[in-house]
Design a protein around this ligand. Structure first.
Ligand code: ADP
Ligand code: MG
Length: 280
């Protein structure tokens, strides 16, 4: 860093070092800094997001909310390290994200993200073994620990086809959490579930967060889901996605559904998300 203060007298040192510690603490865990993302096909270039910036802090439940096609999945893939920005930079713990890594694990919407020939426990163990994070015995123990957290201990030895959609998503969540990533990335993980199961999964995700306090970057196009799941929400404009606003939603839970304040906020978000379209 430039402009380092000169060596301080001894009496002041403790205070200064505490200040430095605080400074370090305040560096966001994940920084998405002016990020533009594009798909290049032989015929054309599709700009998926345009100069998007946001910071995610440890234990945030940060939601990317926007209409279909605004670049949410693309942003998540860029954070995961699959797509390099054409402009801007993504940093994790201050270091540029250049490739996928076990510190960022994605849970997708699709129910077929679990190899069907592996049992539930083997599915959860697999990334731990493949990344050489743990040996077989420790991986099995950790898999069972996280399967227990998502209420699936009894299903450790069955195969995915014997599970409901909600249960498969619980396995995918256990598998991701077992890697103890710095950031858990979720791309519309409950969108293919029926309404009641979806609500239950949101509840369970929040309970899991209360217990484990992981850092979450969650993508949805549902305003209601964003308000329930997130403590902070980034609103993205329609294609190409740009940041419209960021709102603090930590006050809302499943219990606030249907309340006047919840409805009012949902309406305001709706207006912000679609004001560009309305103006056309
Ligand atoms: P969202 O997840 O918000 O629905 P996406 O990130 O999937 O949006 O897509 C953003 C934009 O990029 C869309 O216009 C989409 O059509 C385009 N897109 C997505 N994937 C590809 C691809 N593989 N090739 C070309 N364009 C793509
Ligand atoms: Mg998507």
């Amino acid at each position: 860093m430039r402009g380092e203060p000169p060596a301080s007298p001894p009496a002041l040192t403790p205070t200064l070092s505490r200040e430095r510690e605080r400074e370090q603490d305040s560096v966001p865990l994940l920084q998405v800094d002016n990020v533009s993302l594009e798909y290049r096909t032989p015929e054309r270039v599709v700009r998926a997001t345009h100069r998007v910036s946001f910071d995610v802090h440890a234990a945030d439940r940060f939601v990317l909310l926007g209409p279909s096609g605004c670049g949410k999945s693309t942003l998540l893939k860029a954070v995961a390290g699959f797509i390099p920005p054409v402009e801007g930079e993504i940093r994790l713990d201050g270091r540029r994200v250049a490739q996928p890594g076990p510190d960022r694990i994605v849970v997708f919407q699709e129910f077929d993200q679990l190899p069907p020939w592996k049992t539930v426990k083997q599915n959860v163990m697999f990334p731990l073994l493949a990344s050489r994070t743990l040996g077989r015995k420790e991986a099995a123990e950790r898999a069972l620990h996280y399967l227990d957290k998502v209420g699936l201990s009894k299903f450790a030895d069955v195969h995915p086809h014997q599970l409901s959609g909600g249960m498969k998503q619980r396995v995918a969540i256990a598998r991701a959490l077992a890697m103890q990533p710095r950031v858990l990335l979720m791309d519309e993980p409950f969108a293919a579930l029926d309404a009641l199961t979806r609500r239950r999964m949101q509840q369970e995700l929040l309970e899991l967060w209360e217990e484990v306090r992981f850092t979450l970057l969650f993508v949805t196009h549902s305003i209601e889901e964003a308000l329930v799941v997130g403590n902070r929400i980034a609103l993205l404009s329609p294609h190409p996605g740009r940041m419209r606003a960021e709102i603090n939603s930590h006050a809302f839970t499943l219990d606030s559904l249907g309340g006047a304040e919840f409805q009012g906020t949902a309406q305001r978000i709706h207006d912000v998300l679609f004001e560009e379209e309305a103006a056309v």
